[in-house]
Design a protein around this ligand. Sequence first.
Ligand code: NAD
Ligand code: IPM
Ligand code: MN
Length: 352
Amino acid sequence: MKIAVLAGDGIGPEVTAQAMRVLDALRLPELTVFEGDVGGIAYQRHGHPLPPETLTMAREADAVLFGAVGDPACDNLERHLRPEQAILGLRSELGLFANLRPACAMPGLEGLSALRPEIASKIDLLIVRELNGDVYFGDKGTRTQADGTREGWDMMSYDEAEVRRIAHVAFRAAQGRNGRLCSVDKANVLETSQLWRDVMIEAAADYPGVDLSHMYVDNAAMQLVRAPGQFDVIVTGNLFGDILSDQASMCVGSIGLLASAALGERQTQYGTFGLYEPIHGSAPDIAGQGNANPMATILSAAMMLRHSFGREDDAARIEAAITAALDHGVRGFDLGGSAGTVDIGDAVLARL
Ligand code: NAD
Ligand code: IPM
Ligand code: MN
């Protein structure tokens, strides 16, 4: 079982170290860990945020555990050299088009959510975010017009095959949950969204047991804070999914809690190849202070055991240890507590 660990920048290495402690404690047979440079640190060391050796390491692994990339010192580099290009490159080069971002109320955190406790306690949803298309990957550029006016553009597009494959992932996820799928788009304005909606409706014919509904993204943002309990599975495009998942994290309690899996079609001898990462970024404002909450990354490691290694029992053990730690009152700084990154790792290990 080969894992490529790409810790990246800022708090990436801090939170990834705690997830690795948890994986080590499980004493998984045949586990081999490879570590690679990615993001700003890779740019400093190798001149590129996603060096070929790192991409090869990820390709040859059965799963990737990813921390975060991003460094304010790199914000003025040419775009293809910026740290963020590394995660975008991994997602596209490895064909990881389906991003699962679960958001679920956690014990004792209702009072820490940005929402009222009786609203927050009802959250149990899964965002299925398309990850290989949309405005992220279209033609983009800037230019100065003849009169000196600067202009920038990013082309938003989806073809029907891209929409269909994420639709099937989302319908199957809804089948395995409560049978409700809400497709979020902006079909009242965008042609990409009209195609998205048409293809979702066509795909629904294969899933008579799933109740498909549609919602405009602006309304979805509002409904997510008004009554998040109404959602089971949300399927949406790359950009809308990025925004709504950060929003969902604060409905639960903190961005330091939400895990994710990026999956494609490739199967290994153990399960589905995937890349696992917290939904948050490198958090430069708190990097190096030992205050980052590693729970999102630890929970991402649990998703890795579930999806890439077929080890449901071990995944559930990690999730139960996180729940028990929260139940016992372990709170990171993001949740108004004083438990540091390593303290939280200790607390989870103690309950594993
Ligand atoms: P961010 O998620 O890094 O941070 C947003 C806020 O949440 C900050 O105040 C931060 O301190 C806090 N936060 C995030 N994770 C936390 C944790 N585990 N524990 C406690 N607090 C936490 O988003 P940003 O500030 O918009 O972006 C910073 C950098 O990260 C940028 O370069 C951005 O491009 C990058 N980024 C990378 C990824 C990724 O690697 N997948 C994801 C998002 C952002
Ligand atoms: C995320 C991040 C990335 C995204 C950035 C860093 C490219 O925000 O993983 O959510 O927009 O997908
Ligand atoms: Mn994001």
